[in-house]
Design a binder for this molecule. Structure first.
Ligand code: 1GP
Length: 252
């Protein structure tokens, strides 16, 4: 099994370089702006696509992966809302353990069911501690997972959760305020968690502007994920990519 994606994330963190991820919901691939999303993503040198959603209602995952691959070579990482959202056509898989919650199925149960498929899939497995943070509105993922998010102002709870996740051997942490969150994860929480762990930190949920993306990266996020805002305005990809990549970029 290769480990190109993880290796590049670890190296980027060590060098202070920031990565920008566009989240694509396979259900929405047929919407008109998908062509634009792919065009701008290639132009802006987006680092990765995350592919997934907490509730996918159409069977579009494979078609989505094939059509992206036909158009560009940006690595595609599955961000599965459940164990039905798997495909060997992707490059990697966020093997998510929902460590902010206490739902055993999402901590280990679904993983047992998916493990045999994943082992033969060829996907690069990225064991990730997934932490929901209260984004000010109830989210699909919180409802579906039947878990409470970490309160938005409890930086210490987030830190201890991430540290415990790292001690358990998880290779990355993903703090997510949930898709379309009213309030994205605070810079204070990002900075507290980032300085307390030694693994790459992914931040997403409710990021709508290049300014917030840049502030998150400066606070210690290694990877910035944006979905909703880009679906609405694909051109934002260019500005957000530039903002994220400018943090930590070497001045020559
Ligand atoms: C959600 O972190 C992602 O899981 C992205 O959220 O769609 O709000 O950008 P948005």
């Amino acid at each position: 099994m290769t480990s190109n994606i993880y290796q590049s994330l670890v190296e980027a963190r060590a060098n202070g370089e920031k990565k920008f991820v566009v989240l694509i919901d396979p259900d929405k691939v047929r919407l008109g702006n998908m062509d634009k999303v792919l065009e701008y993503a290639a132009k802006a040198k987006v680092d990765y696509f995350f592919i997934g959603g907490s509730l996918i209602v159409n069977n579009m995952l494979d078609k989505c992966l094939v059509s992206i691959r036909e158009r560009c070579d940006i690595p595609m990482i599955l961000f599965p809302g459940n164990s039905f959202q798997l495909s060997y056509r992707a490059d990697g898989l966020l093997f998510l353990s929902l460590i902010s919650g206490r739902n055993a199925e999402l901590l280990i149960g679904n993983h047992v069911i998916a493990a045999p498929y994943i082992r033969v899939s060829g996907l690069e497995v990225l064991p990730t501690g997934y932490m929901l943070v209260d984004g000010g509105v109830p989210t699909t993922v919180s409802y579906i997972s039947n878990t409470q998010p970490i309160p938005a102002n409890k930086d210490d709870v987030a830190l201890c959760t991430a540290v415990a996740g790292e001690m358990l051997g998880l290779k990355m942490m993903y703090m997510d305020a949930g898709s379309g969150a009213k309030n994205p994860v605070s810079e204070s929480m990002i900075s507290t968690v980032s300085s307390g762990i030694n693994v790459p930190l992914i931040i997403g949920g409710g990021i709508r502007t290049p300014e917030k993306a840049m502030a998150n990266a400066k606070a210690g996020a290694d990877v910035i994920v944006v979905g909703n805002a880009i679906e609405k305005d694909p051109e934002l990809i260019l500005e957000i990519a530039e903002a994220v990549h400018s943090v930590g970029a070497k001045v020559s």
